[in-house]
Design a protein around this ligand. Structure first.
Ligand SMILES: [Zn+2]
Length: 144
């Protein structure tokens, strides 16, 4: 069993501090990305996630919580980008376009069915309906 973590970050602050990189020093105690391991998810659900820089809050809805709990048990990693969601494991990689809600496999030797299934993609699609991916960065990835 691979160890997974949920990583949440504020996209607005990340973009801002990347653009102004070199002009503004971020104090060490302020983090752009916060990692939550599976035992932390109940507390995350209870407390929500607040950006340490701009103090906007990501409210963890029951569906977002379900997504975190289920996807920390999957063999693949998920990254939510601004217009798409990337899914990959050690050999297969795919991407769901958030406008078209279509899933595309990347590369010649990859298989959608080995990577994921309709239930995963349908949950992802539902979660994105109520998650503001323009404001937040989210990934579920494998701990090194
Ligand atoms: Zn922020």
């Amino acid at each position: 069993m691979m160890n997974k973590q949920v990583v949440i970050g504020c996209r607005i602050c990340k973009d801002f501090y990347e653009i102004t990189n070199g002009f503004i020093q971020i104090p060490n105690h302020l983090l752009l990305l916060t990692a939550y391991e599976p035992p932390d998810l109940d507390m995350l659900f209870y407390n929500n996630h607040t950006c340490t820089l701009c103090e906007q809050t990501l409210y963890i809805t029951p569906m977002l919580y379900q997504f975190f709990v289920e996807f920390t048990l999957k063999p693949f990693d998920v990254t939510v980008h601004e217009t798409s969601i990337g899914i990959k494991d050690s050999t297969n990689e795919g991407e769901m376009d958030l406008n078209e809600k279509e899933f595309y496999i990347k590369g010649v030797n990859t298989s959608r069915d080995l990577l994921t299934n309709d239930n995963d993609l349908s949950l992802l699609s539902d979660v994105m309906e109520e998650f503001n991916y323009k404001s937040w960065i989210i990934s579920v990835d494998t701990l090194d």
